[in-house]
Design a protein around this ligand. Sequence first.
Ligand code: SF4
Length: 87
Amino acid sequence: MFPCYACGQCCKNVDKSNETKFLDRGDGTCRNFNEESRLCNIYEGRPLVCRVEDYYKANLADTYQWDDFVKINLEVCQILSKNLNIE
Ligand code: SF4
């Protein structure tokens, strides 16, 4: 499992990736993001790009080892959090 802490930063920055731009409600945040709970309103039916393990298996398993993929993603998590002054 990907070590997600549900900070919501990936859901609040969907405009920063061509893979997730289609989810942008107009201000960079996903139209399915729940501001109060900081969770996904369509979690069970969220798109493949939001299902980290499934997206990895479908698209990146031949390119990256899982541990390397996790490390890269956690680095992006840190960058997003620092840019927004959220730790
Ligand atoms: S669909 Fe859900 S998990 Fe995916 S970016 Fe939007 S709020 Fe986040």
